[in-house]
Design a protein around this ligand. Structure first.
Ligand code: AMP
Length: 478
């Protein structure tokens, strides 16, 4: 889980969303939920609440804990709130892209938080601009607001449905108006979205979130996942579910299981932690090796390394220790001392590693730079042999549906075979979990998942990006 990705030159986003309806401390609960979902995006966050008359917003750059303080949470009054965490491409325009986005239109105010990427956003944006829409941000999500503003239907839910029907790609969405909250998941079910409830005497609060770990923190009971293509409306009348779209092939993101979700979340009905352990056990069956110890690359490698060690009957050790306080504000060392590199985040324990034959487990190799640095570090700590084991198949395709992966030319497995990757990362051996093994471990068929990053088979193809989009940019936040 090292963050060595060069994040520039990307437009894909990773996000977390949350919605609270019917609670006197709605903004506070949204804040706590965003805290639990911090791993889904660390560059910006925002909360929009409704006091019944108007929407109130606070958004900022950085980590949730740095953006909000008690005063702001108090200002976000009302009994409903939505929140959003986002990773986005760096640059000066980041703040205006911070969600939830808020708009005013004929029918009042509307806020939206979006997890996922639309594959036809540029096409829609160009059409809307030709019709006179002026965009304030560069995120896909704003397209949705314009489509809703331009919809002809008389009710909120029908306007939202009319807009969503025009989208192609991945979306898990939360909307807020002065008196209603709406949650929606695209018909393919790319990104997760779960519904829960807080019952306090007679008061019922409806909560939605990207992951169940948010529910655990705020004391909500998990009820179910939003179904693919389902749109849920929360009002003072209660909760109403709509399934207005034709069925599409179920395409839940399998990478959520491998890396993205928190291990303590329950995803698509299963514990992420247990699934990751099962990946590790399967990996040990597929790629055994004579070794003395198994170590994870913390944190993402921990559950699969445990599984590998259990299956191989080898001791599990923490040979690498992670510094948990390395934030994004960290100042890069000057060139002269840059060779500290990966040591800032991870330190190899020579006393654990010296003279040993070591299995190192990580969840994925993207560009290969992390593995290469880690192996160099473990080797200089005195390891005798280093056997790299990866608890997912080779990453051969970029994600167009909301996971931040670099372009294809930068994905090492898209361009080199396993032996060439092994040489590059300087391991004594390298094995990945097989594609078939992934589903054996999941005890499910491949049919219900999107695994385009491993197979290059994309459930919804990325359309041509139209040229000549003219954007009118100005700041949303005061
Ligand atoms: P790389 O150096 O590019 O090969 O990065 C591999 C590391 O990045 C592994 O330790 C993964 O846990 C981590 N990783 C994989 N996918 C992502 C992602 N989408 N965002 C951030 N880190 C990731």
């Amino acid at each position: 889980m090292l963050d060595t990705h060069d994040r520039s030159d990307r437009f894909h986003e990773e996000c977390g969303v949350v919605g609270i309806y019917g609670h006197p401390d709605a903004a506070n609960l949204a804040y706590l939920s965003l805290y639990a979902l911090q791993h889904r995006g660390q560059e910006s966050a925002g909360i929009v609440s409704s006091n019944g008359q108007a929407l109130l917003a606070h958004r900022g750059l950085g980590l949730v804990a740095d953006i909000f303080d008690e005063r702001q949470i108090r200002r976000l009054e009302g009994t409903s709130a939505i929140g959003h965490n986002r990773y986005s491409t760096a640059g000066s325009t980041v703040l205006r892209n911070t969600q939830p986005l808020v708009a005013r239109y004929t029918y009042g105010s509307l806020a939206v938080g979006h997890n996922g990427n639309l594959v036809n956003a540029d096409e829609l944006r160009l059409r809307l601009e030709h019709q006179g829409s002026i965009f304030q941000s560069t995120v896909d999500t704003e397209v949705i607001l314009h489509l809703i503003a331009g919809a002809q239907a008389p009710t909120l839910i029908d306007r939202i449905i009319e807009a969503l029907a025009q989208l192609r790609g991945a979306y898990s969405l939360v909307f807020l108006t002065e008196n209603a909250m709406v949650a929606a998941r695209d018909p393919y079910g790319f990104r997760p979205l779960v519904v829960g409830r807080i019952q306090d005497g007679d008061r019922q609060t409806t909560v939605v979130a990207s992951e169940t770990c948010a529910f655990d923190l705020i004391g909500a009971r998990y009820e179910r996942e939003l179904e693919p293509g389902e749109v849920v409306l929360c009002t003072s009348q209660g909760l109403q579910s709509y399934k207005p779209f034709p069925r599409e092939p179920l395409s839940r993101c399998v990478f959520e299981y491998i890396y993205f979700s928190r291990p303590d979340s329950k995803l698509y009905g299963k514990s992420v932690y247990q699934v990751r352990q099962a990946f590790g056990r399967q990996l040990a069956r597929e790629a055994p090796v004579e070794a003395d110890i198994v170590i994870p690359v913390p944190d993402s490698g921990v559950p699969p390394a445990l599984g590998y060690a259990q299956q191989a009957d080898l001791p599990f050790e923490m040979g690498l220790i992670r510094n948990h306080y390395v934030g994004r504000t960290f100042i890069e060392p000057r060139d002269a001392i840059r060779h500290f590199g990966v040591k800032i985040k991870l330190n190899a324990q020579a006393d654990v590693l010296r003279g040993k034959r070591i299995v190192v487990v990580d969840d994925s190799i993207v560009r290969g730079t992390t593995s290469r640095k880690i192996i160099t570090m473990i080797r200089s700590a005195g390891a005798r042999e280093i056997h790299m084991r990866i608890s997912s198949p080779p990453t051969v395709g970029p994600c167009y549906y909301g996971v931040d992966t670099p372009k294809r030319r930068e994905l090492i497995a898209a361009n080199q075979d396993v032996e060439a990757i092994r040489r590059y990362i300087t391991a004594d051996s390298l094995s990945y979990l097989s594609q078939a093994g992934l589903y054996v471990a999941l005890q499910q068929s491949q049919a219900g998942f999107c695994d385009a990053c491993f197979t290059d088979r994309y459930p919804v193809p990325l359309g041509e990006r139209p040229k000549g989009s003219q954007l009118a940019l100005f700041e949303l936040d005061r």
